[in-house]
Design a protein around this ligand. Structure first.
Ligand SMILES: Nc1ncnc2c1ncn2[C@@H]1O[C@H](COP(=O)(O)OP(=O)(O)O)[C@@H](O)[C@H]1O
Ligand SMILES: [Mg+2]
Length: 257
């Protein structure tokens, strides 16, 4: 059996009639962490949204295989049930819905039929994860993300991830805007799940988080195509030289090393 867990094949997508993804190809093996970097506007969040099934993004070509299915044929809830999770770059606030209530609905939505956790079991696990993420208990009674600081919103995404226990997690710039303590805690949360049962696509602009969450591979997305792949050593080069050299050196040729 192949060890490939996720395979994105020649993915093209449009937003409001504008082509954004123009041929993304990616294979992630079981248990691997892949970092995805690229300039602003290159399509990283579009890729995340397409993976999760956001209906604002129209897939015009390509496939995304996960657990033997082309998940593009599934609706977002079915994808979540299969184990797909997205930590949003810009988490939305839901005034009127407490964080605890939101998380309970999310956990129930992905639970296998007839296997919803009891209220007690849910609360116990929630408390444990809150403590693990060094968050204050009062957090869960506040309205979801309403008035949360940037760092609190990102911790909320990780708390949700710990509760849902995905097998394919996409983290869209979860590290942006975090101070060192928050970054350490967010990384601790992700690393709790990293292992043979989780594949991660970690979108970031910074080397910093990759010191906490070690990527097996790194990809660079430019103008809707992943043009270059490499090992962790590529991060240093990107930090030093930016992205222009890639455009100059490789154009749009797809390179995989
Ligand atoms: N919901 C949307 N509506 C209109 N344009 C969008 C939307 N989402 C993304 N885009 C456009 O798609 C391009 C890629 O954006 P995005 O995927 O957010 O890039 P990145 O995350 O790499 O910075 C940008 O030109 C952006 O304006
Ligand atoms: Mg983005």
């Amino acid at each position: 059996m192949s060890t490939v867990d996720i395979e994105i094949k020649n993915l093209h997508a449009e937003v409001e009639g504008k082509a954004i993804l123009k041929g993304v190809n990616l294979k992630i093996n079981k248990g691997e962490v892949h970092a995805l970097m690229g300039p602003n506007g290159s399509g990283k969040s579009t890729l995340s949204n397409v993976i999760m099934g956001n209906p604002s993004y129209e897939v015009t070509q390509g496939e995304i295989w996960f657990k033997g299915q082309n998940i593009l044929e599934l609706d977002p809830t079915e994808r979540a049930r299969l184990g797909v999770f997205l930590a949003f770059q810009y988490p939305v606030a839901i005034p009127g819905v407490s964080a605890a209530k939101f998380l309970k609905s999310a956990v129930e939505a992905v639970a296998p039929e007839g296997n919803k956790p009891s209220a007690g079991a849910f609360l116990k696990e929630l408390r444990e994860n809150i403590a693990y993420l060094e968050m204050d208990d009062s957090f869960i009674n506040r309205f979801l993300n309403d008035g949360f600081s940037g760092g609190e919103k990102k911790r909320m995404e990780i708390l949700q991830m710990l509760m849902l226990k995905p097998t394919f997690a996409v983290m869209d710039e979860t590290d942006s805007g975090l101070d060192i303590d928050a970054l350490r805690i967010v990384s601790k949360g992700v690393n709790k799940l990293v292992g043979p049962n989780l594949a991660v696509l970690l979108i970031t602009h910074y080397e910093r988080i990759l010191q906490y969450i070690k990527p097996d591979h790194l990809h660079v997305l430019i103008d809707g195509r992943n043009v270059l792949s490499g090992g962790p050593e590529l991060v240093k080069k990107l930090e030093e030289k930016g992205y222009d050299w890639i455009r100059e050196e490789f154009g749009h040729e797809v390179l995989v090393s």
